[in-house]
Ligand binder design. Structure first.
Ligand SMILES: [Zn+2]
Length: 493
């Protein structure tokens, strides 16, 4: 029995100014490229990733394991056709050599230059190679599903957490149903539906209402054996494509009416609560002023307008500028993406006093925003290679690689700058540069939800900061042209 396991994961913010190329599919690989074959297999061992969950099942099943590619890119703009075609071809070639099952670890919100529905295209190409070979898929909670995607899967499981701390478990859930199907114990049938809702990501997490009850119902239905697999999905709203919304996926044994009934129940709950998925934005200056009044420390400030995890360019300096203007002290801030400034600080050397034009190198034409650097002065206090192993609950065991990094100490603020964009999912980002964020009064990060995995446990307070950027929660700023309309809350429904 031969199984093909592969990862091609990207969440595409179609408003991002950063194109996504093959070299960007390098998260956790240690090189500026995806990993292939034995190197891919070695890199996934021990990690909290969906493909490692598949691997767990494959080992138990004593299957021969082939891992043609492991490619995972940080969220950014559309994937180039060259990158998409190459990664798809690598998987198709492996499947074409013959196998009994395919396990794909995909995101579900990938858009390429030529395909609004990149996962649908990828799955259709894989299925065309071996139409009778079953395909099991693990997907992100932020999937924007299409008919084409679902028509070309045999079974599917989706993350049920945000921050996504159940990645490996999701791969295992999808993998176990597939293994049972291969043994003839179950005939998986997928049921799904979607509601036209452009929710705010800050209101999506299944750890809180309004999503909690809905996800709990899905989890209970799966745990009780009512259905084989069940999930509700928040969707990824920063994508100007037709198939965006809140959806539900249920897998049953055979064409069981419990499947469509549960899909309707989950989506009915989501639709009834649609107003609760709307996030009310507080002006950035007011949020920072409020943070200043809090006496218990540390206070984590989360700038959610420009974060890596939703495709931001991570060099918008407005939130740091406001922190400086309001005179906050004992602050650590970062990471900011600015390879030029990192190089300048490394050239200057540790201990050097420098004045820098930090960040602001990227224009964001989709939102009519111009990049604006921030002048900062201070002492270069640390330089690192940007590599550490993630120990927190998200992506546990994976290799983090921020490129070279440097820290500028202004006296009041330690500013952390890196050559690569990085979502601050783990406090190791600061710790590996010798900074203990738990000893700071204020910790400014660029994140909306995933920072909670590594920061929420020890933060006395969390304050959301609505900085500008292509991840803004203010949907009135985005020139949506291709969404299926009407959609709530942009339109009267
Ligand atoms: Zn996600």
């Amino acid at each position: 029995m031969k199984w093909v396991l592969a990862t091609v994961r990207h969440e595409t913010n179609t408003f991002s100014p950063l194109p996504t190329e093959l070299c960007d599919f390098s998260r956790g690989t240690g090189i500026d490229a995806p990993l292939y074959g034995d190197a891919a297999r070695a890199a996934i061992e021990g990690t909290n990733t969906p493909i490692n969950g598949f691997l767990d099942v494959a080992k138990k099943a004593k299957a021969e394991i082939v891992v043609p590619i492991y490619g995972n890119a940080a969220p950014s703009g559309k994937v180039t056709d060259a990158a998409f075609d190459h990664m798809t071809e690598v998987i198709c070639n492996a499947v074409g050599e013959g196998c009994d099952a395919v396990f794909l670890d995909l995101h579900g919100a990938m858009v390429s230059d030529s395909h609004d529905d990149a996962e649908g295209e990828l799955l259709a190409r894989v299925r065309a190679v071996q139409p009778d070979v079953p395909i099991a898929v693990a997907l992100d909670f932020h999937t924007n599903p299409s008919d084409r995607m679902l028509d070309n899967m045999t079974t599917v499981a989706v993350y049920r957490t945000y921050p996504h701390i159940d990645m490996r478990e999701t791969g295992t859930r999808a993998g176990q149903v597939m293994w049972r199907a291969l043994k003839g114990e179950i005939n998986p049938v997928i049921h799904w539906g979607r509601k036209p809702m452009l929710t705010h990501m800050l209101k999506q997490t299944p750890s809180m209402q309004p999503m909690k009850d809905i996800m709990d119902r899905a989890i209970q239905a799966e745990a009780d054996g009512e259905v084989a697999l069940a999930s509700v999905l928040g969707g990824f709203p920063l994508a100007d494509i037709p198939h965006v919304g809140v959806s539900a996926f249920v897998v049953t044994d055979g064409n069981d009416p419990a499947g469509p009934a549960l899909v309707d129940e989950l989506l009915g709950m989501a639709w009834d609560r649609r107003a609760d998925f709307v996030y009310e934005i507080e002006p950035m200056a007011a949020s920072i002023a409020h943070a200043k009044t809090l006496t218990e420390k540390p206070v984590v400030l989360a700038d959610h307008g420009d974060n890596t995890g939703a495709g931001g360019n991570v060099d918008v300096m407005a939130a740091l500028e406001e922190v400086m203007r309001q005179g906050l002290t004992n602050v650590v801030a970062g990471t900011f993406w600015d390879p030029i400034t990192v190089a300048q600080m490394i050239d200057a050397g540790i201990g050097a006093e420098v004045t820098l034009q930090l960040g602001g190198r990227t224009d964001m034409p989709a939102l009519n925003l111009k990049g604006k650097p921030l002048e900062v002065s201070g002492r270069v206090s640390a330089i690192t290679d940007g590599v550490f192993t993630i120990t927190g609950p998200m992506n546990t065991g994976s290799r983090a690689d921020l490129g070279r990094t440097a820290v500028l100490d202004t006296g009041d603020i330690e500013i952390f700058v890196s050559e690569k964009r990085f979502e601050p999912i783990d406090a190791g980002m600061f710790a590996h540069a010798g900074i203990d964020p738990t000893q700071k009064d204020f910790v400014l990060v660029k994140s909306r939800q995933h920072f909670r995995a590594g920061f929420e446990d020890w933060a006395a307070h969390i304050v959301m900061v609505a900085g500008p950027g292509v991840c803004s929660s203010d949907y009135s700023l985005f020139p949506f042209k291709n969404l299926a309309r009407p959609i709530y809350p942009l339109d009267e429904m």
